[in-house]
Write a protein that binds this ligand. Sequence first.
Ligand code: ADP
Ligand code: MG
Length: 599
Amino acid sequence: MPDRHIQILSDVVANQIAAGEVVDRPASVLKELMENAIDAGAARIDVDIQAGGIKRIAVSDDGSGMDRDDALLSVERHATSKIRDAEDIARLDTLGFRGEALAAIASVSRFRLITRLFGALSGTELTITGGRLGDVREAGGPQGTTVEVRDLFFNTPARRKFLRAPETESGHLRLAFLTQALGHPAVGMTLQADGRPIYALAGDATVADRIRDLFGLEYLARLRPVSYEHGSVRVSGFAGVPAAARLDRGEQYVFINRRPASAPTLARAVREGYHTLLASDRHPVVFLFLEIPPDRVDVNVHPAKREVRFRDHDEVRDAVIGALRRSLASDGAAVLAAGSGPSAPPAAFGAESAPASFPITDLPPVRAFRYPRLPLGPVSERPLPPDLPGGEPAAPTAAAPSDGKSPWDWCRVLGQAGSLYVVLETAEGLVLLDPHAAHERVLFERFMKAVAAGRVESQSLLVPETITLTPATVQPCRRHLELLRAMGFGISEFGGDTMVVDALPALFGGASAARLLPDLVSELESTGPRADRSRWSEEGIAQAACKSAIKQRDRLTLAEIEKLVLDLASADMPYTCPHGRPTMVWLSFSELHRRFGRT
Ligand code: ADP
Ligand code: MG
């Protein structure tokens, strides 16, 4: 029998075990070291990595530095300068507080710390190998701190086996660097990997500067600014236009009090913020910075502090959803322009001014088509571009929507292509519109407003329809009877699996109940019992609107097209259908010029 008596583990072993929670790969070492540098008030941080950080990670900062005693203490377990008692966590203004990172890292690597306290004449250098303190000596070097971590997990082979190829670890390191860079734009940062410079980011920057430096100017043009306040939560940052969405969640950066954070609440809220703007397999690009009073968020859930918990989930959720909705609904022209082409949004777009009716003139006779221009939304005072015919002001063909967020000052219907797509000319380029998707969006918003206001008009059917449902849909139909009635269906049970429908929502005039109902019911069902009621009706309405929208191949009259475009222009979120597919594709003249080599 082996010795089974209880023993206290040595510090070295305890640190190695704790290291498993704090550092699982080179990227988490980098995160901890960069956070320490930021907490030390660094204005500049230089990172140098080798072989995916497995061989070497070095982080230098120009922060406060430490004196000899503090340097020795900093590598002890539970040694921190950032809190004194557990209460302090509730008023934390630093990224670290657990005092474990350096001890943990030093226990599983060849570790070297060189530090010189602000104003001190000389500094301190110490080395630790696998948790055992080696040399401690006086050292020169600039003010600030450099931590070098070599041969990570050299003494814990089991853990070392979990490391991936250097290229994979490099990817994680880059992401860790990028995340810190986004969270702390005031700090200048450089990253060098295997001798090659990867990033050199100027300090004193804004979040927008950082996004531009890290991802490029075109990327920035596809983001909308976010600024919102709800209760005690402030949200700022950027939200990607729907067209910039991706197939994975890789570009969702959420920070809480400048700390990268994840929580189920946040992920769900982001999804919800884009509801009806994105197809279900797409994920939006977001850079969100939440500011929450420290006592309303618990960051001490996870040793690496990745997960957070909120005191008031609902408040955080509503803040994120509200922030995204507000950002995406406002002046959507830039969304359209930035969303579908490499060209930046034309500067004039969205320049809203006092509503004025716009002159409608016929085209000069040299043109084959004599469509009137279509005034849309609040029209800017901007004069017509010189290459377009001016002319005497005449009465507008249709009233401009009073509070619409107009994509264009005016547009002209050029026709319908492929018996489907509507082609429009605007001052800044061409727009191709999918009338089916556009109509869905219009119906959807109208109906949502009607349901919310409790004013759904229903239209009695001349001959009530009896619908025999399948066993799979009859139960859910019964469950949702009340909601269906609120949506304007005159529906009652006929006995067995049969329902009678004697009225339909007026907006869906002409649709067949037999076609509408079964799909609608299964849709209501599949959104799940946890979704709240308004969400159910939103899903159901999207489905119903889709069913009764203009059919794929309907030829439209000019009047119908004009009405549709006007209706769409006054929609809150005109750029996608309720399922998230685009309603229009934008081709700017500058993009055309570029393609024709006319730059
Ligand atoms: P924590 O950050 O949770 O306090 P760490 O183990 O990461 O724990 O660091 C321990 C202590 O060492 C910190 O509280 C800080 O006082 C000091 N320290 C660590 N890194 C630096 C640095 N780059 N510059 C100045 N002080 C540092
Ligand atoms: Mg730390």
